[in-house]
Design a protein around this ligand. Structure first.
Ligand code: ZN
Length: 184
């Protein structure tokens, strides 16, 4: 693991703290980076950083990952982030995992696990994953073809854990907040 990727995960966790402290939303942050060039695959440059903005914008889709992806695409003037890496302070919910796939991100690193989010902050998205799985099992979603290879690049997205020491801090800050209004 390159040192610089850990540094960017620190940045993602800092973004999560910023979101809590500004009152913008829940304790989640994300960062998009890309390699500086083909000759320096282990050196990265920052493309975007963002945090959960659900409260500030009254937008239930303004999760940290979506916020960072939107900003990255805007800055790069492209709707795919194929050569980019997203680092998020917490395992993505189904919406954000979908956004990462649609953005064709190469790799997603997360710090807190879904279990951490549930235990530390009361953010439990397991029912959402279960709902989608249920639809698939009941074949409510039909006409899906996984065999034509078109989704190959998207489904090759790597998702790995990258823990930094302070990754629980945003949840602690969130729990210490007196004016937190909504759990989502
Ligand atoms: Zn999300």
């Amino acid at each position: 693991m390159s040192q610089s990727l850990s540094n960017y995960m620190h940045m993602a966790v800092d973004e999560a703290s910023n979101g809590v402290n500004y009152g913008d939303g829940g304790p989640f942050g994300a960062v998009v980076v890309r390699p500086r060039g083909p000759d320096t695959p282990e050196e990265y440059e920052l493309v975007s950083r963002g945090h959960n903005m659900v409260l500030a914008t009254c937008d239930p889709t303004a999760h940290a990952e979506v916020t960072a992806i939107r900003l990255a695409c805007e800055r790069l003037s492209q709707f795919h982030l194929t050569d980019c890496i997203l680092l998020t302070s917490c395992f993505p919910c189904p919406m954000c995992m979908g956004a990462c796939l649609w953005a064709q991100l190469g790799t997603v690193y997360f710090a807190a696990s879904a279990e951490d989010a549930s235990k530390l902050g009361g953010f439990n998205d397991a029912p959402y994953y279960g709902y989608v799985r249920g639809l698939m099992e009941k074949e409510v979603v039909t006409g899906m073809d996984n065999g034509d290879g078109k989704a190959g690049r998207m489904l090759g997205m790597k998702v790995e854990r990258l823990v930094v020491d302070e990754y629980k801090r945003p949840f602690e800050e969130w729990n210490g907040k007196e004016d937190k209004r909504v759990l989502y």
